[in-house]
Design a protein around this ligand. Sequence first.
Ligand code: NAP
Length: 486
Amino acid sequence: MSESSPRIAIVGSGFAGLGMGIQLKRNGFDDFVILEKSQALGGTWHDNTYPGCACDVPSHMYSFSFELNPGWTRMFAPQPEIRDYLERTADKYGVRDHIRFGAAVESMEYDEDAAVWVVTLAGGGVLRPRAVVSGVGALHIPSYPDLPGIERFQGTAFHSAEWDHSYDFTGKRVAVIGTGASAIQFVPKLADQVDRMVVFQRTPPWIQPKPDVAIPKAVRGTFAKVPGTTRAFRDLIYWGLEARAVGFTIDPRLSGPQDRLARGHIARQIKDPELRAKVTPDYTIGCKRVLLSNDYYPALARPHVEVETTGITEVREHSVVTADGREHEVDAIVYGTGFKVVDAMADWRITGRGGVKIQEAWADGIEAHHGTTLPGFPNLFMMLGPNTGLGHNSVVFMIEIQIQHVLSLLRQMQRRNARTVEPRPEAVRAYNDRMHRRLRRAVWTEGGCDSWYLDENGVNRSLWPGHTFEFWAGSRKARPGDYIFA
Ligand code: NAP
């Protein structure tokens, strides 16, 4: 292998890619590169800069367990603070020098004879690492709605993940399309600036109060000075979040308190019965991601803000038209319409043993062993792969478990002097059958909503069905019997 081809290539420098790089280094695997398509590290926490962008999982939990941050200024830190934390952490553990910026991976093909991956970069560079770790995540390609006339719009239009900070919303008439996790964070901020706002809602989300408070300086000082306090606080948050999830992980009928909390929130924050009815979901809570906000409903209740629930039929040069023929004239459209989750995976150009494309391997549905490895794709490790997403706790916790899984495989390869590792198909089958039996009864499938968690057959390919400690117990160490070492 040439000098320019390190033994391991990691794709992406978000929480997953950085975490993997740091742990490789700490465990003596120094020969790796992190390929980052943009010019800065941080992944989604670099890309998303919309007003109000913040974490919706408490920051003490939404951070690495090996790099606690006593200095979080709020329970739910704003985006710049999370981005700075990642920058700082990359420097502290010396992985910045491993990052190749502006290196977008175009394709990855397994070369069976040499037992290496041929990683081709946009612009033509080629690397031939022994192993590849994908840390690309699911939420990085903006999804624009497929609306007739969308390209005709003459005003300003952009997606929440590509915010145009040069555009001054002061005094403007604005359409917001989408009411998901991103929109509920920027709508209240925009409402302060604009002259008029129409929020186009297709499905209302369930929203609960956000227990977001500033963490006083004295408390941060205690976290910094008194050993064990930051970890104890994190543990407290962890178990609180797990307790909240019994309705999702055990039985939707246990979600009563969650449902009452969300309905009470609407009743307290919105007085107008018509608006209340519009924003009250008709599906079981937890079926879609439960959102947290204290300022979204009050923003919708403001006189210059309107919630439009009639479907959009067309976009014209200066307006958005709904199915009842109403034409909303606007100066700008902001798309809070989420990310291409399924399409993004369909576009992956990954070819395994025997020229099998990853889409062919997944013809019967997207699945992996412990969300991480795939038969026929030796030495390919996926962070946040199939069924590792969460609705109730921090995905950083899941990422760290997957990193341990990969490290345990790399150590076993070293011990056995093996060039390759891949899971046994029967182990993958058993793991996924067990998980999908459980998912069939879960709220995401039975809760009466449609979401990006489900594939075209209504099968949940995104979320882990249980408590996160179950994933920790079962997945942090790879079982040698589940794998073929060669
Ligand atoms: P999202 O949750 O997928 O929401 C997209 C919104 O756009 C939904 O309201 C959806 O309506 C609507 N929409 C999509 N296509 C539409 C169309 N053609 N016409 C009308 N409406 C349309 O996307 P997101 O808000 O960007 O969030 C994505 C994920 O990012 C979240 O689930 C979360 O995991 C993550 N996130 C996290 C944070 C955080 O604080 N940690 C913040 C933001 C986002 P339907 O519901 O009807 O499909």
